[in-house]
Design a protein around this ligand. Structure first.
Ligand SMILES: Nc1ncnc2c1ncn2[C@@H]1O[C@H](COP(=O)(O)OP(=O)(O)O)[C@@H](O)[C@H]1O
Ligand SMILES: [Mg+2]
Length: 296
């Protein structure tokens, strides 16, 4: 596989030959939710975190980058008129394909079907990233729900995020695959904050134990430091929410896991810190760093 940063640099060279870059105003903070293994709770986490941050007064958009699976729509009981396929194939602009989710969150659908996935070549990813960059001036947070694993598409989306939130469960394969994602990001020169959320755990002690394992391995072998964002207990509230197609923050607002999500959202709420961070860490700056190298 071609070095990821190099591949993106090539893409960006083409992109900056257009003029759109100068129109990008930086405000949104981009968070990528990811995992090594599928089915660990990414989409449920992404939706509920989006709502929790929205309730703190921010404009939040979820971009469903788990292309072709339309899980955001299923789990929010919504159906979007347009998907990224309309942007790529039918020349809709990014504003046209944004739909409404619960409680005022905005959603961009990744579509449902194999066609959406098969059209994600380098050119189309470039087009998409360029268009997402335009949303920086109108959104406070862009939450990207990625697919699992370390495919090129997943890495492309993560590399442009200000912060990563990696979800892992106590399952040893989830932990191992999570480490593989951290390794791939580090190898590709990712410099943003790496937050860890442990999901489907029994208690705080177990959650911290899992985080410590992952952090020790990352410290020792990759020389990177991870941040513990929080944990969610194993809870029947999640399956109930999935079945009812209603985020658990709405269906079970007082449950322990809803409280945990609300506390995690507060981590992103400090506007002063947010602006400070953004100056060094904007999406546009990330793209530039990726494509031209740091300090270039
Ligand atoms: N905290 C939790 N407690 C119990 N089950 C959970 C929890 N989080 C996720 N799940 C289970 O995992 C399934 C997959 O969740 P989902 O968010 O779709 O994962 P992903 O997006 O990583 O594939 C859910 O349908 C639910 O059954
Ligand atoms: Mg998912």
């Amino acid at each position: 596989m071609k070095d990821q940063a190099e591949r993106l640099r090539e893409l960006m060279k083409e992109r900056t030959s257009g003029k759109e870059e100068h129109l990008v105003k930086n405000t949104a903070k981009v968070l990528a939710i990811t995992s090594g293994k599928g089915g660990v709770g990414k989409t449920n986490f992404a939706i509920n975190l989006a709502i929790a941050i929205r309730r703190l007064g921010y404009n939040v958009l979820i971009f469903d980058a788990d292309i072709g699976l339309a899980n955001i729509e299923i789990l929010t009981g919504t159906s979007m008129k347009y998907t990224i396929a309309d942007l790529i194939l039918n020349n809709k602009n990014i504003y046209e394909i944004i739909g409404e989710g619960p409680e005022g969150i905005k959603i961009i659908s990744g579509g449902s079907g194999f066609n959406e996935l098969s059209m994600m070549n380098d050119e189309n990813i470039r087009k998409l990233l360029g268009q997402i960059g335009k949303l920086e001036s109108s959104m406070d947070f862009i939450i990207i729900d990625t697919g699992a694993g370390v495919s090129n598409i997943v890495l492309d989306f993560i590399m442009t995020a200000d912060e990563v939130i990696l979800i892992t469960t106590p399952d040893p394969t989830s932990l191992m695959d999570g480490y593989t994602v951290i390794k791939a990001l580090t190898t590709n020169g990712y410099k943003g904050k790496l937050n860890i959320v442990t999901n489907i755990v029994s208690n705080r002690m177990e959650a911290i134990g899992i985080f410590n394992k992952l952090n020790r391995a990352s410290n020792n072998f990759l020389k990177v430091e991870l941040s513990f964002l929080g944990y969610l207990e194993k809870s029947s509230v999640v399956n109930k929410a999935v079945r009812n197609q209603q985020p658990f923050l709405l269906s079970s607002p007082l449950s322990p896991i809803s409280k945990s999500i609300n506390i995690m959202a507060l981590n992103f709420a400090d506007i002063g810190k947010h602006d400070e961070l953004k100056q060094e860490n904007s999406f546009a700056q990330k793209l530039k760093d990726l494509f031209f190298g740091r300090g270039g």
